[in-house]
Design a protein around this ligand. Structure first.
Ligand code: PMP
Length: 372
C-alpha cells in the first residue's frame, strides 16, 4: 500500500478530535536556544519557563546520588510522599495526590470529569494546559475573558455555567498576567456546584491560598507544584489537595507509577530544606520588584504588576514577536504566545540580578533600534 494511503487510513482509525487537535505551544529546550544563538549553554539567559534560576536545594543532588532503590518500582499509593506533603501543607495525607507535574493532575481531573462535549470554563489569558487537556479529553473550552485589568469577570463566569459545564479553572496568581483572584470570588464560583480547580502553582511567591477550605467543600481542588519554588521543573512533581472522594478516584485512575523514584527523592529532600528554598523564593520576589521598575524605564514596555515569578509586558512600540526574536538572537529567551489575546505581549520570568541586567541592556538596545 502506498505510504500516503496508509497515512489516510491510520488517521481514520484515530479518535477524530485528537487527529485534528492543535497541540500545546511549548517553550524551546535549552540545547536549541544555545544552538540558535550560537553561544555556550552557560551564556543562555532563559527567562521563558518560569523556572527557578537558583535550581534545586543542594541537598537534592546528594540524595539522588545516594538513593539505592532505582531498580524498584515506586509506591503507587505514594504514602511517603503524601505524608511529607501533609506536614508541608497542613492538610491530611488522605486529601493529597501527587502527579508527574501538576500538568498530569489537570489531565487526570479532566479525564475523571469530562464526557465528550462537556464544557470547561477558563478565563483567558491564562495557562495553556487547561485548553490543551480539555481538548485531549474530548471536552469543549468556554472562554470567559478577563476584564481590562485581567480580573476574572465572576458574574460572566456564573452566567456562562450551563448544563454541560463540569469544571471551572482559576489560576492564582494567574499565569501570565500575575494577578490574584480574591477568595470571595472563588466562594461564589463554588456555589455553582461545578468542580472549581484553583491552580496555585505560584503559591510560594504570593502566599494566597484556599487550601484550608478544601476539606469543607466537595467541589474544590487546589493544585500545587515543585517546579517553581523548589526548582524541580525537570523532575516533574506536582500535587493536588482534593476532597476525599476525588482523591480516592484519582488514586484509582492514575497510572500506578506516575511519580518516579527520582522525583520523589528530590521532593522529599526539598521538604527537608524549605528554609533554603523559601530563601530563594524571597530573592526572586525582591528581584521581581527590581525588574518591574527597570522594565518600566525601558520605555516601550508596559509591565503588569505580578504576584508570581514572572512579569507580563505589553509591547507598546514595535512588534512583540520581533522583540522576542531580537532578544533570542542575543541568547535571551522570553515567552511569546501566539494567541489572539497575547500577540502584543511578552512574558519575562524573573531570573537572578545578573539576568535582569543583561536583559535590560538588551532591551534598551532594541528600543533604540525600534526608534531607528
Ligand atoms: N499551572 C500553572 C499556572 C503553570 O504556570 C504551570 C507551569 N508553567 C503549571 C501549572 C504546570 O506545572 P508543572 O511543572 O507542575 O506541571
Amino acid at each position: 500500500m502506498a505510504a500516503s494511503n496508509l497515512k489516510q487510513k491510520i488517521e481514520k482509525l484515530m479518535r477524530r478530535h485528537l487527529a485534528q487537535a492543535v497541540g500545546y505551544q511549548p517553550i524551546e529546550p535549552l540545547e536549541i536556544l544555545r544552538e540558535d544563538a550560537g553561544i555556550p549553554v552557560e551564556g543562555v539567559v532563559k527567562l521563558d519557563g518560569n523556572e527557578n534560576p537558583y535550581g534545586p536545594s543542594p541537598r537534592v543532588a546528594k540524595a539522588l546520588a545516594k538513593y539505592p532503590f532505582y531498580n524498584i518500582y515506586p509506591d503507587p499509593q505514594q504514602r511517603q510522599m503524601r505524608k511529607a506533603l501533609e506536614e508541608y501543607v497542613g492538610i491530611g495525607a488522605e486529601h493529597i495526590v501527587a502527579g508527574s507535574g501538576s500538568d498530569e493532575l489537570i489531565d487526570l481531573l479532566l479525564r475523571l470529569f469530562l464526557e465528550p462535549g462537556d464544557e470547561v470554563i477558563i478565563c483567558e489569558p491564562t495557562f495553556g494546559m487547561y485548553h490543551f487537556s480539555t481538548e485531549v479529553c474530548g471536552g469543549r473550552v468556554k472562554d470567559v475573558p478577563r476584564d481590562a485589568l485581567y480580573d476574572m469577570d465572576v458574574a460572566a463566569v456564573k452566567r456562562g455555567v450551563g448544563s454541560n459545564t463540569k469544571v471551572i479553572f482559576i489560576t492564582n496568581p494567574n499565569n501570565p498576567t500575575g494577578n490574584v483572584t480574591e477568595e470571595q470570588a472563588i466562594l461564589e464560583l463554588l456555589d455553582t456546584g461545578r468542580l472549581v480547580v484553583v491552580d496555585e502553582a505560584y503559591y510560594e511567591f504570593c502566599k494566597a491560598t484556599v487550601a484550608p477550605l478544601v476539606p469543607k467543600y466537595e467541589n474544590l481542588v487546589v493544585l500545587r507544584t515543585f517546579s517553581k519554588w523548589a526548582g524541580l521543573a525537570g523532575l516533574r512533581l506536582g500535587y493536588g489537595i482534593f476532597p476525599l472522594k476525588i482523591a480516592q478516584y484519582l488514586l484509582k485512575i492514575k497510572p500506578p507509577y506516575n511519580i518516579n523514584a527520582a522525583a520523589q527523592v528530590a521532593a522529599l529532600e526539598s521538604l527537608k530544606d524549605t528554609d533554603y528554598l523559601l530563601g530563594t523564593v524571597e530573592a526572586i520576589v525582591a528581584e521581581r520588584e527590581r525588574l518591574y521598575v527597570k522594565l518600566k524605564e525601558v520605555g516601550f514596555l508596559k509591565p503588569c504588576p505580578s504576584r508570581g515569578n514572572f512579569i507580563l509586558c505589553a509591547v507598546l512600540e514595535g512588534d512583540a514577536l520581533d522583540v522576542h526574536r531580537r532578544l533570542r538572537e542575543r541568547g535571551i529567551s522570553v515567552r511569546y504566545f501566539d494567541r489572539p489575546s497575547l500577540r502584543s505581549f511578552i512574558r519575562i520570568s524573573v531570573g537572578k540580578p545578573e539576568h535582569t541586567d543583561i536583559l535590560i541592556e538588551a532591551l534598551r538596545d532594541i528600543g533604540e533600534k525600534i526608534h531607528g
